[in-house]
Write a protein that binds this ligand. Structure first.
Ligand SMILES: [Zn+2]
Ligand SMILES: [Zn+2]
Length: 360
């Protein structure tokens, strides 16, 4: 690789990836450049590999969970971010101009035609993803400084953890006095459980499927008090097995059954959080009078905000969330496709979290 160029993974549709060489940009007053240390692989990367089916413009730069070290930074960007060259950072995938109508209304910015990890490759300077040696720190980017004591595996978990803080804590109200039930033992579910424990929830329970037993054991090592293997479509299964909870967080993909079980397991006056998109056509029947009688609140927040992103990185920096025993796997940039492919595995020994480390 030439010293003045980066290697970047580009999704070209129908599941195909290419690695292209992109010239490093000139850095001005309000932007910067990050040497990527790691980028977590996320379930939505599987969809993005087939971006044409989801309305994305191809080819597209992939990798929306980037972290690394700042190697160039303009003066205005340094002041705006409170960061300096040499700082190790987690980069928020969301890009915000801060001045368009959508930004001011708290919606998705329309000035940027994508986020980190979903940007069309045609948009200069082309370094818009974490499956790459370098990442462009745009004027609309935000990043939070990471302590050197945080391991690369922990750092790679920053984005699931940010969603965990958003869903379990910000939206669900997990914290002191609130017992929490999390459905789903993937990275999302484990992240929600860790965020709840970190925020002071006295009791956290986690459910998974039969092939998640190793992950449920891991969750216990990380401090989760109760685990349960969900085995039926009975709406009452989780309530009967684990009791009623003040906060119920459903991170499972693509199933209305889990939503009914989540609602049934909520304590009177409790909150049910449905985490992110479940996929087209997922529906569930609900007894509306039951919701009213039990005074339940059901919320469906999409994903992290700048606030929950910062909380997650600060939690990692605190050293109180230690992912030492978390089974992780690291892949080099050339094997990004293989790394994303592991997400479809149901092998009981599969890694909980997979990342691409472009320096390897
Ligand atoms: Zn994602
Ligand atoms: Zn905007």
């Amino acid at each position: 690789m030439a010293l003045d160029s980066a290697r970047v993974v580009v999704g070209t549709g129908r599941g195909r990836l290419e690695i292209v060489e992109v010239a490093l940009p000139e850095i001005g007053d309000d932007d910067g450049l990050v040497l990527v240390e790691t980028n977590g692989v996320c379930g939505s990367d599987l969809e993005l590999l087939h971006g044409e089916e989801h309305g994305y413009e191809l080819p597209m730069i992939l990798g929306h969970e980037p972290a690394g070290r700042i190697v160039a930074l303009g003066d205005a960007a340094a002041r705006r971010l409170g960061l300096a060259v040499g700082d190790r950072v987690a980069v928020n995938s969301q890009l915000r101009c801060g001045s368009c109508a959508q930004c001011r209304a708290g919606g998705r910015c329309r000035t940027y035609p994508g986020t980190y990890g979903t940007m069309p490759a045609r948009v200069p300077p082309g370094l818009w993803g974490g499956f790459a040696t370098h990442l462009y720190l745009a004027p609309g980017a935000t990043a939070v400084r990471v302590e050197e004591s945080v391991t690369t595996a922990e750092l790679a978990f920053h984005n699931p953890l940010a969603n965990g803080f958003e869903w379990a804590v910000e939206a669900g109200g997990a914290g002191a006095g609130a017992e929490v039930l999390v459905l789903g033992a993937g990275p999302r579910g484990i992240a929600c459980a860790l965020a709840a424990l970190h925020s002071g929830s006295p009791r956290v329970a986690l459910t998974g499927l039969a092939h998640d037993r190793a992950r449920l054991d891991l969750a216990r090592e990380l401090g989760v008090q109760h685990t349960h293997v969900a085995a039926t479509a009975d709406p009452a299964e989780l309530r009967d097995a684990l009791g009623a909870h003040r906060v119920v967080v459903d991170t499972t993909p693509g199933s209305g059954v889990a939503v009914r079980q989540a609602v049934a397991a909520a304590a009177p006056g409790g909150r049910v959080v449905l985490c992110g998109l479940k996929g087209p056509g997922v529906r569930f029947d609900v007894d509306v009078d039951d919701l009213v009688h039990r005074r339940l609140t059901v919320v469906a927040p999409p994903s992290k905000t700048p606030g929950s992103f910062r909380r997650a990185v600060e939690a990692l920096n605190s050293g109180r969330i230690q992912l030492g025993p978390m089974v992780t796997a690291s892949y080099p940039l050339d094997r990004t496709g293989e790394a994303v492919g592991t997400l479809t595995s149901t092998d009981p020994g599969r890694a909980l979290h997979v990342r691409v480390d472009p320096r390897t």
